[in-house]
Write a protein that binds this ligand. Structure first.
Ligand code: NAD
Length: 261
């Protein structure tokens, strides 16, 4: 029997990068993976990939995590189809880099909305079903930037720190309903989100792209290696599989040694 047999796992932002790997890994271990993403075509392609790889069940949901009605509808559709939601991985996110001094307010609000409103809305929509079932595992994709700062990332660092607070509240409120909350905090992972940042940071900092990777992104790692999507999925699935409240409210840095606690 696989670790997540019969479990329904919603992963937001699962049409790409880290979320996609998490969804693939849940499906490989028996779960029904719900691919909730802004990009429905890419979400459907991920579903096809899962079905081809594992013959498992997967389902694509078009969802803008900042749209209250869309989130409520998407979760309702999942519950109508599968009867429950056991696991939520709130992972959808973007990056916008800019010096603080003239960071556009619209970009600040957009980034906070996707990361924080998205985490709040998706969690709230799932919680009523989790409470009714007396079971739930909620995992937020944080970042080393949930613990540490970097230049040019004012809203991202603020939002990722915020997720830690959100998870702590959920850990307290969810406990009596057997709902746990955790944050997984990756270092740099080579996904489209980071590939886009390398030339942007090179320009903003006036250094080469190679130096962005070596002296900014991977400088503090123990081995000069990017964190992989598999590294992150290992940690997410660990928390999702927990059979105890012992880990609830905690965050785990997955970063090849960058920011040791
Ligand atoms: P990615 O760009 O590869 O994937 C992000 C996905 O989120 C995309 O499929 C996109 O369509 C979706 N998305 C964006 N806005 C959305 C919205 N409003 N509603 C629903 N879906 C939306 O990025 P990634 O690197 O896989 O990042 C995933 C998460 O991991 C983010 O929260 C990011 O902050 C975090 N993270 C990434 C890294 C890294 O180095 N890549 C490091 C630490 C944390």
């Amino acid at each position: 029997m696989a670790r997540f047999d019969g479990k329904v796992a919603i992963v937001t932002g699962a049409a790409s990068g880290i979320g996609k790997e998490i969804a693939l890994r849940f499906a490989a271990e028996g779960a029904i993976a719900v691919i909730a993403d802004l990009n429905l075509a890419a979400a459907q392609a991920t579903v096809e990939e899962i079905k081809a790889a594992h013959g498992g069940d997967a389902f694509a949901v078009a969802m803008n995590v900042t749209d209250e009605a869309a989130v409520e509808q998407g979760v309702a559709d999942v519950v109508a189809k599968y009867g429950k939601v056991d696991i939520l991985v709130s992972n959808a996110g973007i990056q916008i880099v800019h010096p603080f001094v003239d960071f556009p307010y619209a970009d600040w609000k957009k980034l906070l909305s996707i990361h924080l409103d998205g985490a709040f809305l998706t969690t709230r929509a799932c919680l009523k079903h989790m409470y009714a079932a007396n079971y739930g595992r909620v995992i937020y994709t944080g970042s080393v930037h949930s613990k540490e700062a970097s230049k040019l990332k004012a809203p991202y660092v603020a939002a990722k720190h915020g997720l830690i607070g959100l998870a702590k509240v959920l850990a307290k409120e969810g406990a009596e309903h057997n709902v746990t909350a955790n944050v997984v905090c990756p270092g740099f992972v080579l996904t489209p989100l980071v590939e886009k940042q390398i030339p942007e940071q090179a320009q903003a900092l006036g250094i080469s792209e190679e130096d962005v990777v070596k002296t900014v992104m991977l400088k503090e790692t123990v081995d000069g290696q990017f964190t992989t999507t598999d590294d992150v999925a290992d940690a997410v699935l660990f928390f999702a599989a927990a059979t105890t409240n012992a880990f609830t409210g905690q965050s785990l840095v997955v970063s090849h040694g960058w920011f040791m606690q």
